[in-house]
Ligand binder design. Structure first.
Ligand code: C2E
Ligand code: CA
Ligand code: CA
Ligand code: CA
Length: 278
């Protein structure tokens, strides 16, 4: 996995790491087979201009019987290495769309649930059928679903992935690029992709508030993106000054601990209800 030309001796350190990952994989397979250990947290996405909720991102959590709540940063990579990501991705999609169906009364227009898609899921020919099936079963319009794909995931996509994404977009599902600014894609490349939204990585969001030079640079980047018709969501907003600068450069949407942390579905419902009251 370190690439060609890399040699490493197998020793106790590697063995322990491997054993830990195997343990995680076995437990995760069990968690997928039963109810209750896996659940979703939802982090709201806000319109910074109007201070209203416009969406939420589903983030998977695992309440392990011995280890407590395990971070997705720890088990998603294991799921990807072992192929469990296919079942996990299916579970996440179904749980998210099911939640969306429970919010229907409150949703109205202009709300989207973001679901993260691993690059490996994008390579699966049955992805489109799975998405359509989940939406049908729960009676949710495709327009309320947005799939987030990472910038690096897109760059390593196979030949079938982009047509698959185009197909999803044709049925009305929105697509977004996650972690923008951590890879090497150019804006001209983004314009060729079937995407609606670009999510600025936390590192780029914090640059906005860092220095006047970088502020000017991000403002220029935003201008280019907007003229390409892309919605921009700044993620990882932690400070008030970032919100002020983002508003100044007309970055319309934002997400971050300062605005709302990931939480249970009732928090999103409360925000939606408040928005409904105008
Ligand atoms: P991500 O998609 O980039 O999600 C954003 C992560 O940043 C989340 O961590 C979120 O809790 C955290 N975050 C949000 N606001 C802030 C902030 O203001 N400051 C800081 N420091 N962090 C913030 P989380 O939930 O631990 O997820 C980590 C990663 O795991 C996600 O990164 C995503 O790549 C992956 N992941 C989570 N859920 C899923 C899933 O259902 N499917 C797939 N394929 N991947 C998932
Ligand atoms: Ca994401
Ligand atoms: Ca991200
Ligand atoms: Ca990420």
């Amino acid at each position: 996995s370190r690439g060609p030309g890399s040699v490493e001796a197998f020793g106790p350190g590697l063995r322990d790491g491997l054993a830990a990952r195997m343990g995680t994989a076995v437990d995760l397979a069990e968690a997928l087979a039963k109810e209750g250990e896996l659940f979703l947290s939802y982090q709201p996405v806000f319109d910074l201009e109007h201070d209203t909720i416009v969406g939420a991102e589903a983030l998977v959590r695992w309440r392990h019987p011995q280890r407590g709540v395990v971070s997705p940063a720890d088990f998603i990579p294991v799921a990807e290495q072992t192929g469990l990501i296919a079942d996990l991705g299916c579970w996440v999609l179904d749980a998210a769309v099911s939640q969306l169906s429970q919010w229907q009364r409150l949703v109205g227009t202009g709300f989207r649930l973001h679901v993260n898609l691993s690059p490996l899921e994008m390579r699966q020919p049955r992805l489109v059928a799975q998405v359509v099936d989940a939406l049908d079963r729960h009676g949710v319009p495709a327009e309320q679903l947005l799939l987030e794909i990472t910038e690096t995931g897109l760059m390593t996509a196979d030949d079938g992935s982009v047509p698959r994404l185009e197909e999803l977009r044709e049925i009305g599902v929105a697509l977004g690029i996650d972690d923008f600014g951590t890879g090497y894609s150019s804006i001209s490349y983004l314009r060729e992709l079937p995407v609606d939204m670009v999510k600025l990585d936390r590192s780029l969001t914090s640059l906005v508030a860092a220095s006047p030079d970088e502020y000017a640079l991000t403002r220029a980047i935003f201008g280019l993106m907007r003229s390409s018709g892309l919605e921009i969501v700044a993620e990882g907003i932690e400070e008030h000054v970032q919100v002020a600068h983002l508003r100044a450069i007309r970055c319309r949407y934002g997400q971050g601990y300062l605005l709302a942390r990931p939480a249970g579905p009732e928090v999103v419902a409360a925000l939606l209800a408040r928005r409904g009251q105008g």
